[in-house]
Ligand binder design. Structure first.
Ligand code: 5RP
Length: 246
């Protein structure tokens, strides 16, 4: 039988995203290589890490997006190129949806590919979010899928054949471009019954770079609640996790 999910509650005060992000930043130790996530919750983690660095914490960061790189540089967090590091000790990142098995939808900010690569390379992945991100089942948030621009309409038709409506992401009247120069198709599947199976089927489509389904990658979630409480939940150590995470 699997271990139960470990839950810890704290009482703090402040904006739910801020308390979650700042708490996760306290879990970083001296000497670590830290993946720096993207979004308005990860923002607070990077901000707090910057303060800790200026207080003497020695870390090196691996940003998951240009947005996070710019923030980290402003915070004077030393950075290391992902290509030059063989390990990432811990990554702090946000999520758009989190299910009870710690599966995630990510990519609302369009950084899903780098986020997933960094998460995959990380010994521990800590997800920070406010309670609105907790769902019984993934899928109310359209699943972002990064695709190469060449022939994206073909990829769109293949994705729709899996049972969704796939909309090309547009921002300020222009096709959204990821940090990798690709497009995003936001795929409205509705409730996702089998995230792992869907992830595999999407990945098998030629032209897909990556989907925002993160299965088996999150180790801990830190949730800021509107009533000012903070919850930390640890995923039971099982399967791949037991090997990857300490
Ligand atoms: C970016 C992401 C973000 O982590 C996700 O969209 C959550 O963002 P926020 O913390 O602003 O709600 O996946 O690609």
């Amino acid at each position: 039988m699997e271990d139960p999910v470990t839950v810890r509650n704290h009482r703090v005060s402040g904006n739910p995203k801020r308390i979650a992000g700042e708490r996760a930043a306290e879990l970083v130790d001296d000497g670590m290589i830290v993946g720096l996530g993207t979004g308005s919750t990860a923002f607070y983690a990077i901000q707090r890490l910057g303060e800790r660095v200026r207080e003497g914490l020695r870390i090196r960061g691996v940003p998951t997006s240009e947005q996070s790189r710019i923030q980290a540089e402003r915070e004077r967090i030393p950075l290391v190129d992902f290509a030059e590091t063989t390990r990432i000790d811990l990554t702090i990142d946000g999520a758009d949806e989190i299910d009870p098995a710690f599966n995630l939808i990510k990519g609302g900010g369009g950084a899903l590919f780098r986020e997933k690569l960094v998460a995959t390379a990380s010994l521990r992945e800590i997800i920070v979010a406010d309670e609105s991100k907790l769902k019984d089942r993934l899928g109310a948030f359209p699943l972002p899928v990064e695709v190469v621009p060449f022939g994206w309409q073909f990829v769109q038709s293949k994705l729709e054949a899996l049972g969704c409506r796939a909309a090309l992401r547009v921002r300020e009247n222009r096709t959204f471009s990821t940090d990798n120069g690709n497009h995003i198709l936001d795929c409205a599947f509705g409730p996702i019954e089998a995230p792992e199976d869907l992830e595999r089927r999407i990945a098998a489509i030629c032209g897909v770079v990556e989907s925002g389904l993160f299965v088996g990658l999150a180790h801990r979630i830190v949730i800021g609640n509107a009533d000012g409480t903070l919850e930390e939940r640890d995923r039971p150590q099982c399967g791949v996790d037991a090997r990857r995470k300490t």
